[in-house]
Design a protein around this ligand. Structure first.
Ligand code: PGA
Length: 248
């Protein structure tokens, strides 16, 4: 695993954006697996800036997002489709028909999830999968459990995730209890994984994912089995890994 140790959130964001822009430059018609949340927001800002400066174009890029809350419409301001539109898609030249985010309102989740996986397979999997990580080690919404789930699936969010995401909603009761998430098959099928983390509250999850046992109790630990993972993290998120004596 290649680890970029960055000073702070801004430096992490810039580095992550450079890696994504590099992927697009290298392969303008690449498929990107995209993520939502506070972690990638800064990287998306850099990409929007660079697009406006003519340094990168999303004209031929395909995108597939990791997850979406069950029950939220695309225009709900906490839906992940809304997040992607407002943080990236509305500001760059990606074609709307080339962007995919799971449908939180699907009437037939089973068929939807199977179709989502079939689409990702039809791409030959994504060229680059961007990931944040939850404090509990989740990637996408693959929550800690007793086994890794391979397929895109409906997941019951853990209390810890509901707590972490309550800050975005009017009240904790408004946080959806379920999400549709890509499974580990699609994530591990990516040719390259770009894992990003910032802040001390991610230090434990990063330490366990990078140097702990590979276990579904820490979903991020599965990345130790992937051949091409780049971790971009700031000092705070790396602090426990550093304290554990891992060279970064
Ligand atoms: P965050 O979420 O980027 O908002 O911290 C990451 C995650 O929970 O996967």
């Amino acid at each position: 695993m290649k680890i970029y140790r960055e000073k702070d959130y801004d430096a992490m964001s810039r580095r992550a954006a450079q890696i994504i822009a590099g992927e697009i430059t290298h392969n303008p018609a690449c498929a990107l697996g995209l993520a939502t949340g506070s972690t990638p927001e800064g990287a998306y800002k850099y990409l929007v800036d660079w697009y406006k400066q003519g340094l990168v174009s999303f004209r031929d890029v395909l995108s597939v997002n990791l997850d979406e809350y069950v029950g939220l419409a695309p225009d709900h301001d906490q839906s992940y489709r809304y997040f992607m539109q407002s943080n990236l898609f509305d500001h760059v030249d990606i074609l709307p028909e080339n962007t995919r985010v799971p449908d939180g309102l699907t009437k037939d989740p089973e068929a939807f999830c199977a179709e989502y996986d079939a689409y990702i397979r039809s791409l030959g999997y994504v060229n680059l999968q961007l990931l944040g990580i939850g404090r509990n080690g989740h990637i996408g919404f693959n929550e800690p459990g007793d086994h890794f789930v391979k397929e895109t699936h409906v997941v019951d969010l853990t209390e810890s995730t509901i707590d972490a995401n309550a800050r975005f909603f009017a009240s904790r009761d408004d946080v959806p209890r379920q999400a549709i998430s890509m499974g580990m098959g699609a994530i591990m099928g990516a040719k390259k994984v770009l894992l990003c983390a910032s802040g001390e509250d991610k230090a434990d999850a990063i330490c366990r994912s990078v140097s702990g046992p590979i276990t579904p109790e820490c979903p991020g630990s599965i990345l130790q089995l992937h051949k091409n993972v780049v971790l971009v993290a700031d000092e705070a998120a790396l602090s426990k890994l550093i304290a554990a004596g891992v060279e970064v």
